[in-house]
Design a protein. Structure first.
Length: 664
């Protein structure tokens, strides 16, 4: 291609993206085809990677292809393993792409599609991808050291020690909420649970196949793994239809939470090649395939975005899906779809120990985040092609809308989104579930959106249930790989902290020390996971904003560290690359965090709905009122009901008290 033709091509891409972006922003009063959103996103990602990504890589960071990476220098076959660029891209993408890009945009859709679209695209290119890429680079240049270790090295032992403990606490919250999304999606779903359970032996087989049977044959292993995944989905329906096996694979949320803890421990202490890397690659194969298929399907089906462009009635923070105004909580809620501090822990925890060549950091760091941003766009589309009434029926808690289909339809219709009981029951039947009401967490909404699009091309209504459970598999794999990698990163952090107390515990090659660190990590996030599983509001409504605050705060810390290192590298003139997103993220996060700890204010329903401190006051008063009522009744049935209400209010009070402490 000549230089002129290349310029013409990029001019065409820029013009096409601008036209689609402008059409979405300026259209009023009419439904808009999702095609415009897909095309605008693809054009922006292409331009961002080609120009801004390469600018950061070769002007700001000056990547050196001849510089030996930690994977080559420290190769131990367990944690430090030089890894093929494509495989590492898959591993890193699978590790960072957890619940955030799927759940955040779906929850944020209550504000309309335009605000979410703007932050996902702009934030992803200028903030999130830069954050991931730069942290990966500086960790690679520092022998694969963790974020906490680098802060200690650059800012002193005391500051670093405090930062390491804070980062560890934030990480526990992040992993717990990622795991909770899986628990909510798989609870009482034998089809989904069986399918996900089968991914473990499939991944182990792939690991053995690529290491011993056919070394390096990644393509072969991926094809075999994909075929086995499809078979697992198919036989999941057989399991669900069999009374005996359906009972075995039907678990309630608290039980699933315990299973998740056991799985997280075992997966994180096994060698990377045995389970983590092959399943990450398999899930990435599935993830990228689904994203591409969804993009093509959206173009072919051309579904309309039924959600309003800007749902201004909820800009003040009164929305039923999450509490908080458009600023700052839209940015906090979208989380990983635009920028994520969790990624800094992967970019400094596992990935730099596997980077084969420093120049691969552009594709692995910057490119993976753009791919995750694309997932967020797909999730936003899946939410916005739903009728708003169905969207709110799925994503509002039963405490707000009830559990009876007729009452739910009446309640949501009173909000201005007309919906009938028949529409709810028809969709429920088509996807093969018992109910879609209050399936909070975002995962069911995404799966329904996927099923609504793909059934138009493949199989019609008869295959909607298959596509729904295929999407549930897709999402659970997305999230479980992040839980795996996150727990492994936590292990490194715990060993960093314990190593300051007793040096042998800080040795990452010490297997017993690794087991202890992993057990402490799983116990930490497992506690929050279990509390979310028993939360009467479903966990997501209360905990997701806390996840967003923690996640964004961590991203701001990582960007400030990157800014400090750029100055020390003699790159002060380029510090705006990391400093501008750092300032925006920290201001947004601190503002949101302050709102979370404001005291109860009489008559201010919005502020009280956002604040954990206010929620503690409200629940405390409710408990007092219920106890007074309990002491003044002798009706056994009423006594039983009141005791149950007191138990629920106490759980809510304790949960909000803990959340308030964590916010501080």
């Amino acid at each position: 291609m000549t230089q002129l033709s290349t310029k013409i091509l990029w001019l065409f891409v820029a013009t096409l993206g601008a036209i689609c972006f402008g059409y979405l922003a300026l259209q009023n009063g009419e439904s808009v085809s999702a095609i415009y959103l897909v095309v605008a996103a693809v054009c922006i990602y292409m331009i961002g990677y080609r120009f801004y990504g390469r600018f950061v890589a070769y002007k700001v960071l000056e990547l050196d292809k001849n510089r030996a990476t930690p994977a080559l220098v420290e190769n131990d076959g367990r944690d430090f393993v030089p890894t093929n660029k494509a495989v590492l891209f898959g591993h890193h993408f699978a590790a960072i792409a957890g619940a955030g890009p799927l759940v955040g945009p779906i929850l944020a859709a209550q504000m309309g599609y335009l605000p979410s679209m703007l932050w996902i695209l702009v934030g992803g290119v200028l903030a999130g991808a830069v954050h991931d890429f730069v942290v990966l680079f500086i960790s690679t240049r520092r022998k694969g050291r963790s974020l906490g270790e680098m802060i200690k090295d650059e800012m002193g032992k005391f500051t670093g020690g405090v930062a390491m403990v804070a980062i560890f606490g934030i990480m526990l919250i992040i992993i717990a909420i990622l795991a909770m999304v899986v628990v909510k999606a798989l609870a009482e779903s034998p089809w989904g649970l069986f399918t996900i359970a089968m991914t473990i032996p499939i991944a182990i087989f792939m690991g053995i196949y690529m290491r011993f049977i056919r070394p390096g044959r990644v393509g072969e292993a991926s094809i075999i793994g994909f075929v086995l995944l499809i078979l697992a989905i198919h036989y999941g329906s057989v399991i669900a239809a069999d009374p005996y096996w359906a009972k075995i694979f039907t678990l309630e949320a608290p039980t699933l939470a315990i299973v998740m803890m056991a799985y997280g421990f075992i997966a994180s202490v096994l060698p990377v090649w045995f389970l983590l890397a092959p399943r990450d690659y398999l899930s990435t194969f599935l993830k990228i395939g689904v994203i591409v298929v969804m993009a093509v399907a959206i173009v072919l089906v051309a579904p309309d975005l039924q959600m309003p462009k800007a749902n201004t009635q909820y800009f003040d923070g009164t929305g039923p899906v999450f509490a908080g105004g458009v600023f700052p909580f839209l940015f906090i809620t979208i989380a990983c779809g635009a920028i994520s501090g969790f990624h800094a822990l992967i970019s400094s925890g596992t990935t730099p120990k596997m980077l084969e060549n420093e120049t691969h950091a552009l594709a692995v760091g910057y490119g993976s985040m753009l791919a995750e941003s694309a997932v967020a766009i797909m999730a936003l589309i899946c939410a916005c092609i739903l009728h708003p009434g169905l969207y709110f029926a799925i994503n509002s808690s039963s405490a707000l809308i009830g559990t009876d289909v007729v009452n739910v339809a009446q309640t949501i219709s009173s909000w201005g989104f007309s919906i009938t009981p028949e529409e709810i029951t028809t969709l429920t039947t088509n996807i093969g579930e018992h109910t879609i009401l209050s399936r909070t967490g975002g995962a069911p909404t995404f799966a329904i959106g996927v099923a609504l699009i793909l059934h138009e091309l493949f199989g019609g209504v008869d295959l909607m249930a298959f596509w729904y459970h295929f999407a549930i598999l897709f999402e659970a794999l997305f999230i479980l790989t992040a839980v795996d990698a996150g727990t492994r990163a936590c292990r490194f952090m715990v060993q960093d902290i314990l190593g300051n107390v007793y040096k042998p515990l800080g040795d990452i090659h010490n297997y017993p020390a690794g087991l202890l660190a992993t057990a402490l990590s799983v116990a930490g996030w497992g506690y929050f996971l279990y509390q979310g599983a028993i939360d009467p509001k479903g966990g997501i409504y209360t905990l997701w904003p806390l996840f967003g605050v923690s996640n964004q705060m961590l991203a701001g810390m990582a960007l400030l560290l990157a800014t400090t290192i750029l100055v020390k590298m003699g790159k002060a003139r380029y510090t705006w690359v990391t400093l501008v997103p750092a300032v925006f993220v920290l201001v947004t996060t601190l503002y949101g965090g302050i709102q979370k700890i404001m005291p109860y204010e009489e008559g201010n329903k919005i502020a009280n709905a956002v604040s954990h401190v206010a929620a503690v006051s409200i629940q405390s008063q409710k408990i007092k009122d219920l106890e007074f009522k309990l002491n003044n009744t002798k009706d056994e049935k009423e006594i039983s009901t009141i005791k149950k209400e007191i138990s629920i209010a106490t759980q809510s009070k304790v949960g909000n008290l803990l959340n308030a402490i964590l916010c501080v």
